[in-house]
Design a protein around this ligand. Structure first.
Ligand SMILES: CC(C)(COP(=O)(O)OP(=O)(O)OC[C@H]1O[C@@H](n2cnc3c(N)ncnc32)[C@H](O)[C@@H]1OP(=O)(O)O)[C@@H](O)C(=O)NCCC(=O)NCCS
Length: 252
């Protein structure tokens, strides 16, 4: 199959493509994950489209349609595991604080990479990651940090992420396809981020977001969730923490 040549643009260069981020996000995340994050990333998200427009990328093919989009922000990171942000909200709050106090960023920190559903399974996801690496390099940053959301973890919701992240195929590469994409590009695993997002809602809201019923209190396996959703009927609350795996791309 011959592939169309594709081009990468920043949102600053192509503000007309802003709606594409939302379109791809809609088709990328389970519904419950698109609800309000109790850790508060939502208050910063709009700034991706203004303050951080130089760091949001769209990949379009020669004919025009959007193939993929990535979100990232630059920030100061000391290089230690202890200094990794604990959540998506903290990535954004730290980038904002660094920016406002004029501190020069040291790394580019990814927030999301999304391939349009029509283009998945064609080997394009490394191209999206490569685009972020190239963006970091252009800005003189030596590292791309990525809180990787393992694409196949939802099939193993009971496995601890610490173990799952190390599961390998016979060839020694990571079993998870998305961890594998990063690893094959040379990234190493730094740590598990146990709670990058926190989604809470009433039992009724959770039933609506998941099309499931939760008649008892307890832990439930939910499609698209990387670990169980915990339902407390007495408190009328469902709670889900989205775990990620921190990976580091070192840029020559
Ligand atoms: C995760 C995602 C970025 C992968 O993109 P993609 O274009 O479908 O993946 P690629 O075609 O580049 O393939 C990457 C790897 O996954 C494998 N893969 C692709 N589709 C697969 C499938 N349906 N089942 C199992 N493995 C699959 C590929 O074989 C490849 O591995 P290999 O190089 O070892 O052969 C994409 O599915 C997506 O946007 N998902 C929604 C958003 C998301 O989860 N983003 C990542 C977290 S931020």
């Amino acid at each position: 199959m011959t592939r169309m040549p594709f081009k990468t643009f920043t949102l600053r260069e192509r503000p007309d493509l802003e709606d594409e981020f939302e379109r791809l996000a809609e088709a990328s995340w389970p519904r419950f994950l698109r609800q309000k994050d109790a850790l508060g990333y939502g208050q910063y998200w709009p700034s991706l489209y203004t303050t951080w427009a130089d760091w949001q990328l769209v990949l379009v093919d020669g004919m025009g349609p959007t193939i993929a989009a990535t979100h990232a922000v630059p920030l100061v990171w000391s290089g230690t595991v202890e200094d990794l942000p604990s959540s998506i909200a903290e990535i954004l709050s730290r980038a904002t604080a660094d920016h406002e106090s004029g501190r020069a960023p040291t790394v580019l920190c990814a927030l999301a990479a999304m391939v349009d559903a029509r283009y998945r399974g064609q080997g394009l996801s490394p191209v999206a990651v490569r685009a972020m690496v190239d963006l970091a390099r252009v800005h003189g940053l030596g590292t791309l940090l990525a809180p990787v959301r393992p694409a196949d973890k939802s099939a193993y919701p009971l496995a601890p992420m610490e173990r799952y992240a190390r599961w390998q195929n016979d060839d020694g590469l990571p079993m998870d396809r998305w961890i594998r994409v990063h690893a094959r590009m040379g990234a190493d695993i730094l740590a598990v981020a146990p709670r990058t997002l926190l989604i809470t809602g009433s039992v009724e809201e959770w039933e609506r977001w998941t099309d499931l019923r939760f008649p008892d209190s307890g832990s439930y396996v939910v499609p698209g969730a990387l670990q169980p959703v915990v339902i407390d009927r007495n408190a009328d609350e469902g709670r889900y923490e989205d775990p990620n795996v921190w990976m580091r791309h070192t840029i020559e």
